[in-house]
Design a protein around this ligand. Sequence first.
Ligand SMILES: Nc1ncnc2c1ncn2[C@@H]1O[C@H](COP(=O)(O)OP(=O)(O)O)[C@@H](O)[C@H]1O
Ligand SMILES: [Mg+2]
Length: 380
Amino acid sequence: MRMVRPHRSPKGLFDPYYVPDRLLHRDRDLDTVSGVYGDSFEDEYGVNCLVHGISGVGMTVFSRYFLTKIVPEQFDAHTVYVDAQRKDSLEIVSELHDKVHEQIKKPLTVAFDLDILWMQFKRAASAARKRTVFVIDNIDETNEEIFGKLARLSKEIKASTIGVLNSHDYRLLTKLPATQMAYDFEVPLDTYTQSQLYDIVRMRVEDTFPLGLTEEVVRYITDLVVEFDASKPKTTIEALKALWPMATRGQEIDSDAVRSATTSITSFLNDGDYIDIIEAVSMNDFMTLLVLEALAEHLMRYKTETYIDRGTLEEIVNIKCEELGVKYIPKDIERSLQTLVFQNVVFESSYSSSLLYTLVPPEILYDAAINMRRELARRK
Ligand SMILES: Nc1ncnc2c1ncn2[C@@H]1O[C@H](COP(=O)(O)OP(=O)(O)O)[C@@H](O)[C@H]1O
Ligand SMILES: [Mg+2]
């Protein structure tokens, strides 16, 4: 396995079929697939499987990693990958047909009839000197028939087929007999833990960003996706894609930039909602407003810092209390923070609960806190 990175290229952000040099934290699943295919190769029989998981978890990259890195290394086989998404039967079979002819180096025949194409594909696939591993990505209701047909053919000609589908279609299709009959085993792909997702984002940054990104930014993106989008690597890569043009322009990637790159998953509350929530939680609660103000002020001042740790926050609140001649009670700060976290105004990092972050620009929280504090003062 090559560990050096010859050059950094944005391909890893913009090519949906990009396969990184290393597939992180999937060793066990790769071993399972390689083991089963190894046996089928030795004993010369076909074996079919289903790879499934939630959309964005890394199904495509898993199947393509197996096809483009493991198979050429371990088996002397042809490989054919077809993405079936939004393609009709004729398009899928044409692609299978063309790719098999390419692999066996036979000139292409031309046909526009589904049955004829299938016959020609079948003939070429059966005549291949080597055995073939097929991947059909994005199986769903509209194309499961072709997957089933290909899986049956695979058994006949001692080839193998890997079907890839999301959890929703998996539940739907495996209830029906056609798909149920078509596979021998399955590989459910789990979601990643926070630290595994962090590794994936870090590696992709190293593969694609000429000058890298700070540790803090990588952690922030990871945190947001863990908390708000089921730890999907796809979403982290989308965020990097949005940041990449800024980074190459030489713009500093600060917390505002990360927030704007992830609004699609975090904008379930709008600015007005925040003001309402803050108004509600801080009704006659001077300390909570002070804590929020201190937190927002810090994040506004240090734009490249995406987190504030509890220790720093306590110090700032302490100073504010002195200035205002208010008694400083650490237990009150803790209670205020609990309220803010519970109300989704402030979030604890999944990396460490002493690191706090927000979803909205701190300016909005700051203004709301200051206004409410004035309001409270006026009412007295
Ligand atoms: N284990 C992993 N190691 C490296 N990159 C990964 C890993 N899992 C997912 N990715 C990356 O996450 C992104 C989304 O994966 P993809 O396979 O397209 O998701 P899916 O097909 O499940 O919707 C891709 O850029 C992919 O390369
Ligand atoms: Mg996919």
